[in-house]
Write a protein that binds this ligand. Structure first.
Ligand code: FAD
Ligand code: NAD
Length: 471
């Protein structure tokens, strides 16, 4: 490629980070090329992550609810059968509709989309091994690394996606395993444990820490959801470390030990899900050709404007620092393009919501009680249980609560933590409040429609600076 053909922005990776940057840059009138090797756009999130997992969570919940939670509502159904093939087909349809939608959006915004694997030849040139065979190269004035992440393997347990599976295998099993062991009680572990337990599997989650939910979840909320999930039939072994495992005949045997050392145990399962985290993915990217280094956890090192030490090469999303979340990747993608185009951009890392899509959902934003304690920050707590909320009561979904944390002097909101129905939608209100620096009284004096679950949010705010009305 000649200098005359040089693109304003070349993006390696067409996941949420890459495709959003491509659309934004296209909208800004830049000449953009997006290189993706998967064959479809949308990355982990659309193809094997957020979207397919939420399809399975939604439909397995409906199935479970019809089976176990309909009679007392006055709905009697006859023979309820699971058609796993159709459940998977519905999931595949959601995925393909959305990935094609993204391809359309790239086209609409004038983005060149190359299907192939990109690697750095030099600081301005990316070589592409095309999926259809052959090779090409693209030069860019700016280059964005958006290559995402991959599952962290468990040493000694080779993932075959049949008996030892990652989340990718867990969204595509062809039969419901009789027994499933989940290594890691983080978000992937708990979402997938929910899906397969609802469909009839006997699921045990083994978690190293004393608390489930992965990093960031408030301890009180984590305890509450663990109790609820246990009632739904999921077994938990917390404070338990998986030492190793072995494929045995049709299944897998797992050895565990108390995290503090002590009694060793073994478990048998038909399927083992490895869900101990994800790690940045930069394999085959040719970073060595341009002298870019990674940190000790494999993350591309960047500054506050997403620049690597080669300033026209930037990195956003799972491949670099911060929580591995699709909406975080999206915010960074927009900000990185704005830095390139306008010289300024912004992401508020103190205000990125997290949602776990179990039933009920868990959602939070800002700091947890344990974060505040650790940092020595004083706080006031207000809680409101869904059992005292009229809409939750009419819906017969009363488990969970809203918990708010605010500064005792200024009343400024510090964190919101919800376990309850629709928590994932409700947290948007908490995020907006936090972003705007609202006080708990600001929220409490905002009129909320009746009867809604969001009234629990308002009443938790009331309880933070004064008293709730209905509890
Ligand atoms: P990715 O989505 O991983 O995309 C990177 C892309 O780059 C990939 O498609 C890859 O093929 C491509 N690529 C890599 N190297 C090259 C190369 N050399 N050349 C060309 N292409 C390349 N997050 C949420 O916020 N909400 C959720 O509900 C949620 N659920 C999840 C469920 C599961 C099971 C998993 C695994 C993840 C989930 N996540 C969720 C996390 C979310 O998927 C990621 O945070 C998000 O996908 C990160 O986007 P990204 O663009 O940085 O990386
Ligand atoms: P995670 O980091 O959230 O949880 C991994 C858990 O495994 C931790 O609790 C850890 O203590 C435990 N663990 C590690 N080693 C262990 C061992 N030897 N024995 C027992 N337990 C062990 O990772 P994840 O659940 O794999 O998810 C990966 C990423 O994907 C996360 O960043 C997550 O945010 C993202 N994700 C997000 C969503 C969502 O937003 N709804 C859904 C799925 C995934």
């Amino acid at each position: 490629a000649t200098e005359a053909e040089s693109r304003d922005l070349v993006i390696i990776g067409g996941g949420v980070a890459g495709y959003v940057a491509a659309i934004k840059a296209g909208q800004e009138g830049m000449k953009v090329t997006c290189i993706e090797k998967r064959g479809t756009l949308g990355g982990t999130c659309l193809n094997v992550g957020c979207i397919p997992s939420k399809s399975l969570l939604n439909n397995s919940h409906l199935y479970h609810q019809i089976l176990h939670d309909s009679k007392h509502r006055g709905i009697e159904v006859g023979d309820v059968k699971l058609n796993l093939k159709q459940l998977m087909k519905a999931k595949d349809q959601s995925v393909s509709g959305l990935t094609k939608g993204v391809e359309f959006l790239l086209k609409k915004n004038g983005v060149e989309y190359i299907k192939g694997a990109g690697s750095f030849q030099d600081e301005h040139t990316v070589k592409v091994e095309l999926n259809d065979g052959g090779e090409t190269s693209v030069t860019g004035k700016n280059i964005l690394i958006a290559t995402g992440s991959e599952v962290t393997p468990f040493p000694g347990l080779e993932i075959d996606e049949k008996t030892v599976i990652s989340s990718t295998g867990a969204i595509a099993l062809e039969t419901v395993p009789k027994k499933m062991t989940v290594i890691g009680g983080g978000i992937i572990g708990l979402e997938m444990a929910s899906v397969w337990s609802r469909l009839g599997s006997e699921v045990t989650v083994v978690e190293f820490l004393d608390q489930i939910g992965g990093p960031g979840m408030d301890t009180e909320i984590a305890k509450s959801i663990q109790k609820i999930l246990k009632k739904q039939g999921i077994n938990f072994k917390t404070g338990t470390k998986v030492l190793g495992g072995e494929k045995s005949g049709e299944g897998v045997t797992i050895n565990v030990d108390s995290a503090k050392g002590g009694k060793e145990e073994t478990f048998d399962a038909d399927v083992v899900l490895v869900a101990i985290g994800r790690r940045p993915y930069t394999n085959g990217l040719g970073l060595e050709n341009i002298g870019l280094e990674l940190d000790e956890r494999g993350r591309v090192i960047i500054d506050s404007e997403y620049r690597t030490k080669i300033p026209h090469i930037r990195c956003v999303g799972d491949a670099t620092f911060g929580p591995m979340l699709a909406h975080k990747a999206e915010e960074e993608a927009v900000a990185a393009v704005e830095y390139i185009k306008k010289g300024y951009g912004h992401v508020n890392y103190g205000c990125i919501p997290s949602v776990m899509y179990t039933f009920p959902e868990v959602a939070w934003v800002g700091q947890s009680e344990q974060d505040l304690k650790k940092a020595g920050i004083k706080y006031r707590v207000g809680t409101f249980p869904f059992s005292a909320n009229s809409r939750a009561k009419t819906n017969l979904d009363t488990e969970g609560m809203v918990k708010m944390l605010a500064d005792p002097e200024t009343d400024r909101l510090l964190g919101v933590h919800i376990v309850g129905p629709n928590a994932g939608e409700m947290i948007a209100e908490g995020t907006l409040a936090l972003e705007y620096g609202a006080s708990s009284e600001d929220i409490a004096r905002t009129c909320h429609a009746h009867p809604t679950l969001a009234e629990a949010f308002k009443e938790a705010a009331m309880a933070t600076y004064s008293k709730a009305i209905h509890y």
